[in-house]
Design a protein around this ligand. Structure first.
Ligand code: SAH
Ligand code: MG
Length: 196
């Protein structure tokens, strides 16, 4: 059983330190999906402090997660949390920029939750690690509702660029011949791309 106090502490830390961990409804959807499709091997891009990795592992004792984080402070925090949750034997935490990581293994689920402007690149880089009939789920497709705003009304130039990139990624998924993608208004917006 997962120690609830560890999860509570993580949520508090995330709140205090502005770490964008998944919201309850997003994580609940993810957990239901993992159970429904009997997913066992998961790759996550963007660990932050380990919250979603730990939650995903909690679905079943035979789930393993490989997860990548480039920020040292968050990586160190994630190590601590994974130890506290006693999941260090099932969560393989890699401290690196995801673009420098070469993986050979196949995964049933790839969860992309890192730099939002890089989603197409993450997808194209790690797609080769997806098992047949696997799924790629991407978080923050709504980007706090900004994706639905008229881009000209977004004042910050960086934010405007980011929103454009998320829209581009959406088009990329819609037009991808090898995947069927569903866009869900759950949490901050999820894209669920199943290999055909
Ligand atoms: N999945 C986490 C939240 C991740 S927040 C959860 O729900 O609990 C996104 C994280 O991705 C940040 O910590 C950021 O440092 C990391 N990140 C962004 N771009 C990255 C990259 N190229 N390689 C590795 N990590 C990256
Ligand atoms: Mg996210």
């Amino acid at each position: 059983m997962l120690d609830q106090s560890v999860l509570m502490q993580m949520r508090e830390y995330a709140e205090d330190e502005n770490v964008p961990i998944m919201s309850d409804d997003g994580i609940n959807y993810l957990l239901e999906y993992i159970k429904k499709f009997n997913i066992k091997r998961i790759l996550e891009i963007g660990t932050a402090i380990g919250y979603s990795s730990i939650m995903m592992c909690s679905c079943s004792p035979d789930i393993t997660v490989t997860t990548i984080e480039r920020d040292e402070k968050r990586y160190l925090e994630a190590i601590k949390n994974i130890k506290k949750a006693k999941l260090d034997d099932r969560i393989d935490l890699i401290f690196s920029d995801a673009f420098d990581v070469k993986l050979e293994d196949k995964y049933d689920l790839i969860f992309i939750d890192a730099a939002k402007a890089q989603n197409i690149n993450f997808f194209e880089m790690f797609e080769k690690n997806l098992s047949d009939k696997g799924t790629i789920i991407t978080d923050n497709m709504n980007f706090h509702g900004l994706v639905y705003k008229d881009p000209e009304k977004i004042e910050s130039r960086n934010l405007r660029q980011l929103v454009r990139k998320i829209k581009k990624y959406k088009e990329f998924l819609e037009n991808h011949k090898e995947y069927d993608t569903e866009f869900l208004n759950i949490g901050d917006g999820l894209a669920v791309s199943m290999k055909k």
